[in-house]
Ligand binder design. Structure first.
Ligand SMILES: Cc1cc2nc3c(=O)[nH]c(=O)nc-3n(C[C@H](O)[C@H](O)[C@H](O)COP(=O)(O)OP(=O)(O)OC[C@H]3O[C@@H](n4cnc5c(N)ncnc54)[C@H](O)[C@@H]3O)c2cc1C
Ligand code: SF4
Ligand code: SF4
Length: 197
């Protein structure tokens, strides 16, 4: 399936953008942006359905995060350096025992005998509790989600927790390279490298 076939969104409301100097548009009324999501008008950023590309919630949310980094960098007069991509954490490298089963039905369904009695939705939307549960099932492949597993597994106290959202620091003076942290990490967020000679 192509990105165009998957797209369900529509172009944004462009009237305001048309009043801004330097903003350019594509034939379908979407706004042209550079790799930083900045339009031709310095300091004006755009993303989501407003720009060319896949018009889905996932793309829109991703653009929001990316634009926030670039807006912050633009305001600070620096550049938003992207961290190097880590190797792909393949399925067989994940420890799925760590995660909840996903066999619960979380969307309410209308009983079969009531379905012909009206036009009520047959499959209802997610409650906030169910939506939180679904989001919590993300496997975070290759990305640390701060489960503290490595922190507890390290026999040398070589891992230092830096506080919620700040990850961990490895004290290589204490680390013996035993690989306990690497082997138990549920999402393969730790790589082992040979020590430089
Ligand atoms: C019927 C339909 C079904 C869809 N189904 C799916 C789906 O199942 N899965 C999926 O991934 N995507 C789906 N999409 C696409 C998805 O909804 C969009 O890609 C996504 O909402 C885009 O997010 P956005 O923030 O770019 O734009 P929007 O969600 O449109 O948000 C833009 C906001 O800006 C506001 N705004 C506009 N102009 C101005 C202005 N001048 N001043 C102030 N505010 C303004 C608008 O009111 C709106 O709140 C669907 C879209 C439609 C139309
Ligand atoms: S590196 Fe792995 S084991 Fe350590 S906290 Fe992150 S996800 Fe958990
Ligand atoms: S390799 Fe062993 S000693 Fe080093 S941080 Fe991991 S668990 Fe601790």
């Amino acid at each position: 399936m192509s990105a165009d076939e998957r797209s369900t969104g529509s172009t944004g409301e462009s009237a305001v953008m048309r009043t801004l100097p330097g903003v350019e548009f594509d034939h379908d009324d979407s706004v042209r942006v550079n790799e930083s999501l900045m339009t031709g008008c310095p300091g004006i950023f755009a993303g989501g359905d407003m720009v060319p590309g896949e018009r889905t919630v996932t793309a829109g949310v991703g653009h929001g995060k990316k634009a926030a980094h670039h807006i912050d960098a633009w305001l600070r007069r620096t550049s938003a350096a992207r961290p190097a991509k880590h190797p792909i954490a393949t399925f067989e490298r994940l420890h799925l025992w760590y995660f909840d089963d996903a066999d619960r039905r979380v969307q309410p369904e209308l009983p079969a005998e009531q379905r012909t009695a009206g036009f009520d939705e047959v499959v209802g939307g997610l409650s906030s509790q169910a939506a939180t549960f679904e989001a919590g099932r993300c496997l975070s492949c290759g990305n640390c989600f701060e489960c503290d597993g490595c922190l507890g597994a390290c026999p040398e106290d070589a891992i230092v927790k830096l506080g919620a959202g700040h990850g961990y620091r490895y004290d290589y003076d204490k680390c013996t390279g035993c690989a306990e942290c690497f082997e138990q990490c549920p999402v393969h967020a730790i790589e082992m490298f040979p020590e430089p000679t």
